[in-house]
Structures are given as structure tokens and as C-alpha cells.
Design a protein around this ligand. Structure first.
Ligand code: FES
Ligand SMILES: [Fe+2]
Length: 422
């Protein structure tokens, strides 16, 4: 059994923590593009890995991410004026560009060179697939931007939303790579005998480690129809990938919009997580229409920044659990798949005490994830690169959900499904 200290190692993310050092080797989602929608728009607060930052988009459409507090006397640059290619502090008018250079210091004499010696801490911020990615690590170690298939899909066929979870990133992530819970937590139709997940609540898990993290298959015996196979991936340091191309019930066939989906669980600090939800329509003829996007935006809190995101179902109101619904209609009495996940993960407390757990056979993915985290900590401390920095190790990867015949290897039966088409 691991000691509490060993769990502390993989949950603490601030500056100068071991896991914080690992996470600072990757590009991290900081915002969605709607948060900085135009040149010279208002700056936005960002908190990432326990650091308070301010993001802005300058007059030339360059993105900047500065430490929140002005290097003069520490006023918040969030209050700043975003004007003529720089963010100007409202306290004494010092102005900084996207690289943190002080480009105007109106309180000093004109001949002073003081401004050349003052810098705001700045991090790279770059756009890809509607997300603004930040890199908080050592400049000489900066990897290429992430590259997954959904990021290459046309904008009409992909969708990103985000929401705030009041819990440590690792317990959120562990919910995402735990397939067994879906038969219970997400059983939204009590007594449905046609649902593949209800037919077999104890899936067999087969897991293989990869260069980016791991891939695992859950196999459910659905009787004469065969095996309901779901293949998931975990990409270091916090991305889950899954597939929703089938309705997952006897006689139902393909989903209305067959998709690949997943989450990125980005630590705001030790006790809060920004969950990015991404999805890609795999069917060229089925873009996400306005009605679909509207529905998802309402559910997901898209485009709102950290402190202004409003979720109606929170711990303080018991996630609006409805006991009558729980008795008669669904397993939880809570509406919405993502909210069901948030509710159980937040119910554990901000950082769950893992020394009290009793892990069973369906928890293998969770155990492997923790092992990879601990190895990455050791690697980074010894100057070795952690896994998943190189997009070529995962850029062609797909998740899958298919029904396969009994008695064949799932890798053979589903091989083509696991390869990107974009
Ligand atoms: S505190 Fe920002 S210019 Fe003085
Ligand atoms: Fe879930």
C-alpha cells in the first residue's frame, strides 16, 4: 500500500512541487478562444498549477500570458488597459508586451534605462483547435503543441466546452479512466435490459502501456450479439479519449452523431480543476449544428472564465439530487452524465484520502495511471523526458466502441477503428 506522502506527490501541482515540475513540461489548456475573442479585448484572469496569471490578446493578435501582479508594486494586471500592443497597468501606467518586456514606464525620466531592466514573468500562449495552450515550463524544454485527430477536424465538426470542478485534478482524471462506473453511475434508465452496459456490469479490462501513457479495452459479454468492446486511451499528463459511435443498446445501431470525445483535466491548483470537454463528429455529413452547440453550451458552461463559471448543481445543494428520480428512473437521481461524474468526484472531498481505498480488479487503469505519474516524477527529477511530449506517439490514435465476435482478439477485430482518418 502506498503511504499518504506518496499520494501527496502526485496530487500537488504548485511551483517547486515534483508533480508540478512534471506538469510544467506539457502544454496546458488555459482558455478557450472565445475568452479572448478579438485584438485588444479585455484581459482575462487565469489560474494554472497554483499560479495567478493574466492573459491578453494584443493589437496584432498575439497572445500573452503574464504573471498577474505588476512587477512595479504588484497591482493586478487584470485591471490593466489593453492598448496598442501591450497591457498597461492602471496603477502607474507601466506597459508590458506579450513577452513581458516593459515597453513604457511613464513614471521615470525619459532618459532612464530602468524599463529595460524590468520584466513581467511571461509564458508562451498559443492557439490550436479553439483552445489557448500555455507552457509554464523551462523554455529550453518546450515541446511541440499537442496534436490529436479532433484538433485537425474542421471547426464545424469539433466542439470544446469547459467547466470548473471543485476537486483535485487526479481524482477527476481517475473518474475518466474508470470504465466500470458507467454501468452504475450513468445508468439513466433503470431496468433497461437492452443496454450493453447493463447486460454486463463487470467488464474484463485489458490494458497495454504505450509511449504516450496507456490504452485499455473493456470487454462486456452481451450474449448472442458478441462482445461490446470499448477502447480508451490515457495520454500523459491528463487526457482521456473515448468513442461514442454506437448507441450501445441491442437493436439501436449507430449514434445520432457518431463521435470521438474526451476530457482534459487541467489543474487550476491543488483543489480545483478546469475540465475541458472535447468532441469530434466522425461523420463528414454530420457537423454539429447550431441547436446541438446551443444545448452543449448550456450544459457545459463554454466560454466562461474560471471565476465566472456558474454551475447550478454543486456540493452546497447536493447536486440537486432527486430521491424520487433515484428510486424510479435513474441510478443517481442526478441529471446529466458530466454532473454525475462531478458529483461523485467532489463528494470525496477536495483531495481524496487514497490510503483508505480498497482497489479491485476494475481499478487497473487507475493503478497504472498512478504508477506512470510516479515514474514521470522520477524521470523529470533525473533529467529524463516524461512520456507523451512527442505528438508522433499519439497523433494517429483513435478510441473505439464496437461489437465484435466472441473468440477473436480485440486488437485484430477493431484494429482499423483505432486509426485516425483526419
Ligand atoms: S503597480 Fe503597476 S505600474 Fe505601479
Ligand atoms: Fe463518468
Amino acid at each position: 500500500m502506498q503511504t499518504l506522502d506518496e499520494y501527496d506527490l502526485i496530487t500537488r501541482v504548485g511551483p517547486d512541487t515534483l508533480m508540478g515540475n512534471v506538469l510544467r513540461r506539457y502544454w496546458l489548456p488555459a482558455l478557450v478562444i472565445e475568452d479572448l475573442s478579438a485584438a485588444d479585448c479585455p484581459p482575462v484572469r487565469v489560474r494554472l498549477l497554483g499560479e495567478d496569471l493574466v492573459a491578453f490578446r494584443d493589437s496584432n493578435d498575439r497572445f500573452g500570458l503574464l504573471e498577474e501582479f505588476c512587477p512595479h508594486r504588484c497591482a493586478s494586471l487584470f485591471l490593466g488597459r489593453n492598448e496598442q500592443s501591450g497591457l498597461r497597468c492602471v496603477y502607474h501606467g507601466w506597459k508590458f508586451d506579450v513577452e513581458g518586456r516593459c515597453i513604457d514606464m511613464p513614471t521615470e525620466p525619459a532618459h532612464s534605462t530602468f524599463k529595460d531592466r524590468v520584466r513581467a514573468n511571461a509564458y508562451p500562449l498559443a492557439e490550436r483547435a479553439g483552445i489557448l495552450w500555455a507552457y509554464l515550463g523551462p523554455p529550453e524544454k518546450q515541446p511541440p503543441l499537442p496534436d490529436m485527430e479532433w484538433m485537425r477536424a474542421p471547426a464545424s465538426h469539433r466542439f470544446v466546452s469547459k467547466t470548473i470542478e471543485r476537486a483535485n485534478y487526479l481524482q477527476a482524471l481517475e473518474g475518466g479512466i474508470d470504465t466500470a462506473h458507467s454501468s452504475f453511475l450513468h445508468n439513466n434508465n433503470l431496468g433497461d435490459r437492452t443496454s450493453f452496459r447493463q447486460m454486463d456490469g463487470a467488464p474484463t479490462l485489458e490494458l497495454e502501456r504505450t509511449d504516450y501513457g496507456f490504452q485499455y479495452a473493456s470487454l462486456r459479454d452481451i450474449g448472442e450479439d458478441g462482445i461490446y468492446l470499448r477502447v480508451y486511451q490515457f495520454f500523459m499528463p491528463f487526457t482521456q479519449y473515448r468513442s461514442h459511435q454506437l448507441e450501445g443498446r441491442r437493436g439501436a445501431g449507430r449514434a445520432e452523431i457518431p463521435m470521438l470525445k474526451g476530457h482534459l483535466w487541467v489543474p487550476i491548483d491543488d483543489e480545483n480543476t478546469c475540465v475541458y470537454n472535447f468532441m469530434m463528429s466522425v461523420d463528414e455529413d454530420k457537423p454539429f449544428d447550431a441547436e446541438y452547440v446551443e444545448r452543449e453550451e448550456t450544459a457545459g458552461g463554454r466560454g466562461s472564465t474560471g471565476e465566472t463559471t456558474v454551475r447550478h448543481r454543486v456540493r452546497e445543494n447536493d447536486w440537486l439530487i432527486d430521491r424520487e428520480m433515484q428510486r424510479t428512473r435513474n441510478f443517481t437521481g442526478i441529471v446529466g452524465v458530466n454532473t454525475q461524474d462531478l458529483a461523485v468526484q467532489e463528494s470525496m472531498g477536495r483531495i481524496v484520502d487514497r490510503s483508505r481505498e480498497h482497489l479491485g480488479s476494475t481499478d487497473r487503469a487507475v493503478m497504472t495511471c498512478r504508477a506512470i505519474m510516479r515514474e514521470a516524477i522520477k524521470d523529470v527529477a533525473e533529467g529524463i523526458d516524461p512520456p507523451g511530449l512527442d505528438p508522433s506517439t499519439y497523433r494517429h490514435q483513435r478510441a473505439a466502441d464496437v461489437v465484435i465476435p466472441k473468440g477473436v482478439r480485440w486488437q485484430d477485430a477493431a484494429g482499423r477503428e483505432l486509426v485516425a482518418r483526419h
